[in-house]
Design a protein. Sequence first.
Length: 293
Amino acid sequence: MARIAFIGLGNMGGPMAANLVKAQHQVAAYDLSQTAVAAAVEKGASAASGIAEAVKGAEVVITMLPAGKHVRDVYEGTVIGAAARGTLFIDCSTIDVETSRSVAAAAANAGMDMLDAPVSGGTGGAAAGTLTFMVGGPDAAFARARPLLEKMGKNIVHCGGSGNGQAAKICNNMILGVSMIAVSEAFMLARRLGLDAQRLFDVASTSSGQCWALTSYCPVPGPVPASPANRDYQAGFTAAMMLKDLMLAQEAARAANATTPLGAEAAQLYSLFVNAGRGPQDFSGIIRMLDGQ
Ligand code: NAD
């Protein structure tokens, strides 16, 4: 049993913390939202009145926060100063690579190991404990974190040094954003050419056009009954989240001097979609915008 401070108990952090409690860990929960803390307490966590109180006596600190600025504020503002030397920090938020590396360096300077461990699998995966963790940071810290991550996820991949978990996450989601647009364009073109969606699916899902956006998350209703297209594009993975990750990928590409024209175009298209007020919809709903709807 480990003593864990869990900070950020939103849609993802709440169920992740609950899975740690279920695995008999002692979890001190803190969030700016009292409602989120109360929900964690109901699952068996103890409420902390602030970050410093949550971190006191903790062997591990886990954060699940919206963006890089929150992660920097929480660690550099309080956690690094309040934690005992040797405490392991695991940031599961999806944030920019640069902030991730810079906060990990500040933690290392204070004698603490820090891992970036963003996830994929959404709120369903967080509740079921089947998330994929993409982890960056030192080998010894990864070995220490692994048993805890296994209580929250199914696939745990060590991607290399600090920031590499974030790098893996944004590269993966750049593939997803671009491929969803490509699949959507193909279905739209097929319809205009008089080709039935199911027939295109039957061909492409067993041919070289095969990809996850097609076979698991098909953007038209019918071929994949569980895809959000069958429930009026209720998310799932929101377009706003997809835009966030595509913007992070573009920021990283600029910093690394990498040319990613399709990633840039996908970011532009999702930006138009979100600015039209469709951010809360599932990201596969972009087919409607591409179709002129
Ligand atoms: P959320 O907005 O539901 O939760 C974030 C929580 O952090 C909120 O409860 C908020 O009150 C809290 N918070 C913000 N600043 C804080 C502070 N200074 N101190 C304490 N608590 C603070 O967001 P979410 O959906 O849980 O996502 C969290 C992270 O996970 C994001 O980085 C997101 O990109 C990533 N992510 C989300 C999903 C998803 O499907 N929701 C999937 C994969 C990754």
